[in-house]
Design a protein around this ligand. Structure first.
Ligand SMILES: Cc1ncc(COP(=O)(O)O)c(C=O)c1O
Length: 364
């Protein structure tokens, strides 16, 4: 998104008025009304379910464990990107785009949900994919998300030497063809995309209140960091000052990921018209001990977490994202690494379609 279009967006959203919410001088309902001025299309039914994982709680011992089921949504197989796309695709339509362009790994869940959302609203979808695990090329191009992208009619470009130049070329070609393409960055992790998780934060504040719980921590996988940026903002903006958002890095050390969360947060603040220091540095927590070798390479603990959650709760995590994040939550709860742990919640961000290309890790 260009700076110019963001300004337009703020105007459409009533930007300056939104800034006045931060002082806490207005109610949740008023804050909600303001936030609902941000252009959005409905791509799924919300809220998603949140409930106690009775068997995991018994197995692990310690605080009650809850799960928020953002893996169950209406864009083909669902996941966290659906929420982000409600805002990104709204902007695409407002801009008069005829085509959407995005990018990711061969098994990107973000790409699959973008292809699904574009099909639903009648936009062409062009996706540029790269291979994060070269030795698994056949598996990654033979099933799961890649297969689904094909079935849903995506224009697929496999970039052997980096996605950037291919994205530029596809955008230029679509522009020349008069299709006014709308470019969604990897993971939809920019200010607009993060609105989806500001919305999720609002949803959780209301849902937890209704359930009578007050989670000390919420765990989720963090990759391109828009989910984390949006969730921190959503919780704090809608009045939750205590729940720690525990982003579990799925592909690299904590420090660069925290910088990336901050960078997306800066854009989030800009879109919402709140001061950049509204979220303090201590609110940005990324765990860098659970990703293993690199993005796309499973860990033993992550695979065990997938199996444990499946067998005890009938819930499918995946080896690339949610398995690694679940392994972090299990480790920290089991080994008393969380301060004042209470009603610890797992945000299930989806990803189960990637179980298929990784089948060999489970069929042994
Ligand atoms: C299943 C799943 N969980 C978590 C993430 C990470 O979200 P984010 O990129 O917003 O950090 C992704 C990103 O693609 C994902 O597919």
């Amino acid at each position: 998104m260009t700076r110019q279009s963001r300004r337009f967006f703020m105007k459409a959203a009533g930007g300056a008025t939104v800034a006045s919410l931060v002082g806490g001088s207005i109610s949740f309902a008023q804050a909600s009304d303001q936030f609902d001025k941000v252009p959005r299309i409905r791509l799924t039914t919300l809220p998603t379910a949140c409930y106690k994982m009775n068997n995991m709680t018994d197995q692990i011992g310690g605080p009650d464990l809850y799960i928020k089921r953002d893996d169950v949504m209406e864009l083909a197989h669902g996941g966290n990107k659906t929420r982000k796309l409600e805002y990104a695709l709204a902007e695409a339509l407002n801009n008069g785009a005829k085509a959407v362009v995005t990018q990711g790994g061969l098994q990107s869940n973000h790409v699959r949900q973008t292809v699904s959302g574009a099909a639903k609203i009648g936009l062409e979808c062009h996706v540029i994919l790269s291979n994060p695990v070269p030795e698994m090329k056949d598996e990654l191009m033979g099933s799961g998300n890649y297969l689904m992208d094909h079935i849903m009619g995506a224009h697929i470009y496999v970039a052997e030497d980096g996605r950037g130049p291919v994205v530029e070329k596809v955008l230029a070609d679509l522009t020349a063809a008069g299709k006014n393409p709308y470019n969604i960055p990897a993971g939809a992790s920019n200010g607009i995309g993060s609105m989806g998780y500001v919305n999720a934060g609002r949803e959780l504040v209301a849902q937890w209140k209704e359930m009578g719980i007050s989670p000390s921590h919420i765990f989720h996988p963090t990759g391109s960091c828009g989910t984390q940026a949006g969730l921190i903002m959503g919780l704090r903006y809608f009045g939750n000052t205590t729940t720690k958002v525990m982003g579990v890095s799925v592909g690299g050390p904590a420090e660069p990921a925290m910088k990336r969360v901050r960078a997306v947060l800066n854009e989030t603040c800009e879109v919402m018209g709140v001061p950049a220091d509204f979220i303090k540095d201590e609110d940005i927590i990324v765990l860098g001990d659970y990703y293993g070798k690199a993005y796309g390479y499973p860990t033993e603990a992550g695979l065990d977490a997938v199996k444990m959650t499946a067998k005890n709760e009938g819930v499918l995590c995946d080896p690339v994202y949610t398995g690694k994040a679940m392994s972090a939550m299990i480790d920290m709860v089991k080994n008393n690494k969380l301060e004042n742990a209470k009603d610890v919640t797992f945000l299930h961000t989806g990803g189960a379609p990637a179980l298929h290309p990784y089948a060999k890790y489970f069929l042994t």
